[in-house]
Design a protein around this ligand. Sequence first.
Ligand SMILES: Cc1ncc(COP(=O)(O)O)c(C=O)c1O
Length: 448
Amino acid sequence: MRSYKAKMVEPIELPSRAEREAALERAGYNVFNLDARDVYIDLLTDSGTGTMSAEQWAAMIRGDEAYAGSESFARLAESVRDVMGFEYVIPTHQGRGAENVLYGVLLEAGDVVPNNSHFDTTRAHVVNQGAEPVDCPSPAARDPNSNEKFKGNFDIDAGYALVEDVGADAIPVVVQTITNNSVAGQPVSMANIRAVAEFAKDIDALFVIDACRFAENAHFIKENEAGYEDWTVAEIAREQFAHADAITMSGKKDALVNIGGFTAMRDETTFEHAKQRAILFEGFPTYGGLSGRDIEAMAVGLREAVTPPYVSDRVEQVAELGDLLSEEDVPVYLPTGGHAVYLDAGEMFPHVPKEQYPGQELVCALYREGGVRGVELGGFAFPGTDRPDLVRLALPRRTYSREHLEHIAETAAKVMETAHEYDGLEIVEEPPMKELRHFSAKLRPVSN
Ligand SMILES: Cc1ncc(COP(=O)(O)O)c(C=O)c1O
């Protein structure tokens, strides 16, 4: 049973099958090109797509729109101090703005940055500074069926191997992403966070946490890591950050807002430098590209994220979707992570070669069968890699109900029944930067 009720509603409608077929063709078999009104259940992302609480909406009315030193900023800074324990805060328009501000200050050309797994914008911002991003995921992440609880962990051995390779001086920053979005939203353990902090200290590097889904991660620690059963999610959340020097945060995730982000840190000198960079790219450092009302919503959302039963409710809903899909024998990455269920398209369409994008075929099939929009995160989105062809179904926060989840599972089951009819897709048009092609490329069925 969910712990909230709807106070405001937005109608959704399942277009007819013929309309869905036509919409898919118009979109060039790329669901990013669909009009949102043609989508029945939108699982493209959990980023900024959730439902805000009555308290957040109420706080927005109070938004102080002063250019400098607003009360809304003061309230955000207080929330960040209370919930995350950082003294210095700079709001930004979203998570990638925070990455631009912080990494612009911390990195130089030629640096190397290890991370359990870089999210794509993080990777791009590291590269943008002339530095090299290196992923150090736990080996357990490669097995979609192992029941290990913290598959998002940072592989410390891989970190030290990197140090041997490039030398400690080349690594000014070590990053840990919680939860690990690029590895099926899997959590990292508190023991691993501590180990990464020690690793960073050992090589005299700063320890930065990509904190987007910090509350979901804290929930997994409470549920699955010995010694934390009796801690509150709020206590665990703070403890996660206790050894970190700085964070980047997309408020569109665990600050429960539709737009916003921030970077926060302990060191005053870094803060002063970051403020200058924020002025250049985001706005005056007390509004950072956001309106006062957006900042208010984020200040309230951060506190709600660690107040029971929000996050257990959230993670349980994701697990519920995973269970419904598993009951239909749909191959799901296990255990389910914090924000999404990942389907294994390679297993669903074993006859479709990797070069014909089984993941993208599955994304299109889910839309065609039930108006459900997911996203491919395999060979189409990450060209030239050997990543498994996973499709992510990300649940917006506090938005859909059990009946919607059942519809999603039934849709996937229908696709399974007719899996042999799908032959895959070929690209007919793509942008010059292949890394960004999944946002806009156009495809067609190979049988055409
Ligand atoms: C782990 C992680 N880091 C950074 C970002 C970037 O945040 P934003 O989309 O707000 O720029 C995201 C967004 O999905 C993310 O999942």
